[in-house]
Design a protein around this ligand. Structure first.
Ligand SMILES: [Fe+2]
Length: 238
């Protein structure tokens, strides 16, 4: 069996686990329809968002069993991404989709074998190719959940680079959603400033800012980097 076949088997296993979990957590659509009959629109929105968030958090909890770092990482990335989104005046719908995409951006790592995810040494080329499939796996895992329709596209693009050398699609600047560009910056910053199996200590905030500045205009959107650095330096980043 080749590496891709092994990977596909893991993706299908993860999808089946998520479907089973969704079946066990009740009729979500029915709950939403009940909300629609309420006279209090604000309450509807809050109840709706809260229900959606509960569902997303249950999905993220799956990661906890597999890899505690990834779950904590997703939570920190979400705070950074939403802070950047607010600073850039994204509307409420965009912030909603960005928040859920950020929480779920690495859900596809459910499909990456543990021995690769937790490897202390350098990944082989084949292992790295498997890790690089996680945005597609994440998209596949949530593709049938209707309220994540926009978030799944944001998630799919979170490793694209504005110079077109990212993955999985190699999109360039104008083809990448601004929300994915925000997620990419928040994701990279958190990965740099925290320890990983292959790197004991994370970078300091100042060192990570230098890295972001270095990749500004090639990997990352210039305005988003500037906005985030401004938030970090003023202490307003989450
Ligand atoms: Fe990722």
């Amino acid at each position: 069996m080749n590496q891709i076949s092994i990977y596909e088997r893991f993706v299908h296993k993860a999808i089946e686990e998520v479907k089973e979990m969704m079946n066990n957590c009740g009729d979500f659509e029915e709950e939403q329809n009940t909300c629609k009959s309420s006279a209090n629109v604000q309450l509807q929105m809050e109840v709706g968002r809260s229900s959606y968030l509960d569902t997303v958090k249950m999905l993220v909890n799956f990661l906890d069993n597999k890899d505690e770092y990834t779950k904590r990482h997703c939570e920190r990335v979400t705070k950074h991404a939403v802070s950047i989104g607010r600073a850039l005046d994204l509307n409420d719908v965009d912030l909603f989709n960005l928040e859920f995409a950020s929480l779920l951006h690495d859900i596809g790592k459910l499909a990456v074998p543990d021995q690769i995810l937790n490897k202390e040494g350098k990944l082989t080329t084949k292992e790295y190719e498997i890790v690089k499939l996680h945005p597609i796996a994440g998209y596949d895992i949530i593709k049938d959940i209707s309220f994540l329709e926009v978030s799944r596209d944001i998630l799919l693009q979170h490793h694209e680079r504005i110079d077109g050398t990212g993955y999985p699609l190699g999109l360039n600047d104008e083809k990448i959603d601004i929300k994915s560009k925000i997620l990419a910056v928040a994701d990279a910053y958190d990965a740099m400033t925290n320890s990983r199996p292959y790197r004991k200590d994370g970078l300091s905030m100042e060192q990570a800012i230098c890295q972001l500045e270095h990749c500004r205009g090639s990997q990352f959107d210039e305005n988003i980097v500037d906005t985030f650095i401004g938030l970090l330096k003023s202490g307003d980043a989450a």
